[in-house]
Design a binder for this molecule. Structure first.
Ligand SMILES: Cc1cc2nc3c(=O)[nH]c(=O)nc-3n(C[C@H](O)[C@H](O)[C@H](O)COP(=O)(O)OP(=O)(O)OC[C@H]3O[C@@H](n4cnc5c(N)ncnc54)[C@H](O)[C@@H]3O)c2cc1C
Length: 463
């Protein structure tokens, strides 16, 4: 163990008990890294608070002792934010779980931060409602992790990112102060909207312990289609067409390039391409509506018009829920495949949508030329201007050059080095490509004000 004051450990052990504090051999490998698996390090101490009071107690004690802490939710993050650094205690929120209240009239749900996203989705569905944040890691990621990374996912086009789905937050500041801002109203302009400090700041400013989430009615109808488009400019025209024709009923618009489709279907025997061609960009489209008698015919007519206009060359409409699931299996298959790709760079970048063709073509050509035999998997949430790229040569020595190639191009196109996953450890040296000096200076000012000793998630996000 590192040079940790015995008094601090004793104080924490007395408060948290045997289940609440793990040391040495009690600590499993899963606390060693997030899903990026970069620089994995098993922490010497894992703290497992079971209440907001526990979190406040831990932070007050660690603040007094100058002990740094890394916060861990479901550890599905992809940029090293939850991976321990030498000397840090890990604080896992895995015991801070549960749904405290569902209010069907106010359309809100109050939850504890360690609750898995899927549990929240299912509880909303059991109440006849819907929590529309959805991502491939739904079974493992926690709502606290989703909030602190301002997670996006599959239905941002209709419902927005996590920020748009959170009404209130309870958070604990690095010195142990509890800031309860568990607002339930859609409108509340009484002073600063303090919850925004904790949404998307990746645990740099405080630990989210509870949240009030927005719920929505279940859609009455649901249709999905897999379409094949000749190229990216046509996909952008298709998106414009669907936005006008389907309005806010358009709930998902996911892209998969041929390199992605071929790789995923070759690696996963149970995943298939429903389109009889491997050469086109696939677009997975979902439409949610409120008119059971006409919605399907409307959706078919809109796709027919898209084909007549040449935006798509083929389309398969799902005839059953099983077929909808099969379409999504192709899109979510990256979750099965990515962990098997050694030393891969994971990108979640965004550029203004009109610059997307230039980004994809330029980046693909440059990487293929520089790295012989590189595996590139290109996919993403195009309606949100968000592209995902997995790039792997199998050689960790290539990673820096791969990051550099992609992020420099994104910066030139005035895009973002993180559309949704956050900055963590991996991207902080590229933050300046997406944020101005004054923006980064203000981030530093906020960090210093709330965490003057720099004990919470130190060294992450801000370079
Ligand atoms: C297969 C797969 C698919 C994914 N798809 C998407 C996607 O579509 N969209 C998307 O946005 N992301 C996606 N991700 C990334 C990841 O799932 C999200 O970032 C998720 O929100 C992380 O939640 P988590 O609980 O696993 O957080 P962790 O990985 O544990 O932590 C992430 C960061 O948040 C901090 N943190 C965690 N909990 C708290 C808390 N309670 N208070 C303060 N800080 C905290 C951590 O310190 C860390 O910096 C995907 C990941 C995988 C593996």
């Amino acid at each position: 163990l590192w040079d940790v004051s015995d008094a601090l450990l004793h104080t924490l052990e007395v408060r948290l008990g045997a289940r609440g504090l793990l040391r040495g051999d009690q600590i499993g490998e899963r606390y060693a890294a997030d899903t990026s698996r970069l620089h994995a390090l098993r922490p010497g101490v894992v703290l497992r608070p079971a209440s907001t009071g526990d979190v406040a107690f831990i932070l007050a004690a660690c603040h007094a002792a100058g002990q740094s802490i890394v916060i861990q939710g479901g550890l599905t993050g992809l940029c090293g934010g939850g991976t321990p650094q030498p000397g840090e205690f890990a604080m896992s929120l895995e015991r801070l779980t549960g749904i405290e209240e569902i209010d069907p009239a106010g359309l809100t749900m109050t939850v504890r931060a360690g609750t898995p996203l899927q549990t929240i989705q299912e509880a909303a569905a059991d109440a006849g409602l819907r929590f529309p944040l959805d991502l491939g890691a739904r079974g493992s990621c926690t709502i606290g992790g989703n909030i602190s990374t301002n997670a996006g996912g599959n239905e941002v086009i209709r419902y927005g990112m996590a920020r748009a789905l959170v009404l209130g937050v309870e958070a604990v500041l690095p010195d142990g102060t509890v800031v309860s801002s568990l607002n339930k109203m859609l409108k509340n302009n009484a002073g600063f909207d303090l919850k925004q400090l904790f949404i998307g700041s990746e645990g740099a400013l405080g630990i989210v312990t509870r949240a009030v989430l927005r719920l929505f009615p279940q859609p009455l109808t649901h249709a999905a289609a897999m379409c094949a488009a000749p190229d990216l400019p046509h996909v952008i025209k298709l998106l414009q067409h669907l936005r006008v024709s389907l309005g806010e009923g358009l709930s998902a618009f996911e892209l998969m390039w041929p390199n992605y489709v071929q790789y995923i279907t070759s690696q996963c025997a149970d995943i298939h391409n429903p389109i009889d061609s491997a050469a086109h960009i696939l677009v997975l489209i979902e439409f949610e509506g409120t008119r059971p008698d006409t919605d399907r015919a409307t959706f078919e007519a809109v796709l027919h018009d898209a084909m007549t206009a040449g935006h798509i060359v083929d389309a398969v409409l799902a005839k059953s829920d099983k077929e909808v699931d099969d379409f999504w299996r192709l899109r979510d298959g990256i979750g099965d495949v990515a962990p098997r790709l050694a030393n891969a760079a994971h990108f979640d970048i965004s550029v203004p949508i009109n610059a997307m063709p230039e980004l994809v073509d330029g980046m693909t050509a440059e990487l293929a030329q520089a790295f012989d035999g590189i595996t590139l998997l290109t996919f993403g949430h195009l309606a949100d201007s968000n592209l995902h790229l997995v790039a792997a040569t199998g050689n960790s020595a290539d990673l820096d050059a791969i990051y550099h190639t992609v992020y420099e191009r994104v910066g030139t196109l005035q895009g973002s080095v993180s559309a949704e996953h956050g900055i963590g450890m991996v991207k902080k040296k590229y933050l300046h490509l997406s944020r101005s000096e004054s923006e980064i200076a203000l981030m530093r000012t906020l960090k210093a004000a709330l965490d003057p000793k720099g004990i919470l998630n130190p060294g992450r996000v801000i370079p």
